[in-house]
Ligand binder design. Structure first.
Ligand SMILES: Cc1cc2nc3c(=O)[nH]c(=O)nc-3n(C[C@H](O)[C@H](O)[C@H](O)COP(=O)(O)O)c2cc1C
Length: 168
């Protein structure tokens, strides 16, 4: 059924855009970074996407209100961990009020010094390529330096709900 159009002569509210973008099914990632004294930080992110194959570039965006914006802006790199359906609990931990998000998960530093979450479908270690102003977010483009992969079904996010992609 066709829904009423929302056009720019009306105001495109945050709620309208959020609702519309909720119809775009994505995977789920946890983007991690190594802070001062080697303390890891990470958050759940679904704004991740590929950009370029040559050079190998990816992007994601971070809310400018995030307390760790400066950490990402100054970091030597970051990692994108693409979650499997078996890691849906991590998605909640890394987007919630839990103080020590890394306490109950298996992780290690990768070859480029970034925190990699064990059993992720894919972990990409990236070095900074570019940062862009993206309205109330900052867009980070990273050059992929290493790729680590595991078998499994992907986590999925659609219409505000977490689930899994079964294929077919
Ligand atoms: C499925 C999902 C996707 C998210 N994607 C993003 C994103 O792309 N960028 C972002 O800044 N926050 C995103 N968030 C919200 C952050 O995970 C959340 O605000 C963050 O963990 C807060 O971290 P803090 O408590 O350290 O400030 C997402 C949350 C969920 C549940």
């Amino acid at each position: 059924m066709t829904k009423p159009a929302i056009s720019s002569d009306q105001s495109v509210t945050s709620a309208a855009l959020r609702g519309a973008m909720g119809q775009y099914l994505t995977g789920v990632t946890i983007v991690t970074v190594t802070g001062p004294d080697n303390v890891p930080y990470g958050l759940t992110v679904n704004s991740f996407n590929s950009v370029s194959l040559t050079p190998p570039l990816i992007l994601w965006s971070l809310d400018n209100r995030n307390d760790n914006l400066a950490l990402f802006k100054g970091a030597r790199g970051f990692a994108v961990n693409i979650l499997s359906a078996d890691q849906l609990d991590l998605c909640k931990v890394f987007s919630g009020a839990e103080n020590n998000r890394f306490a109950n998960c298996d992780w290690h530093f990768g070859s480029y010094g970034q925190p990699l979450l064990a059993e992720s479908l894919v972990s990409l270690e990236c070095r900074p390529w570019a940062k862009y102003d993206g309205g109330d977010h900052t867009i980070f483009v990273g050059e992929v330096m290493s790729i680590k992969q595991c078998d499994g079904k992907p986590a999925a996010f659609y219409n505000g709900k977490l689930g899994q992609y079964d294929g077919g």
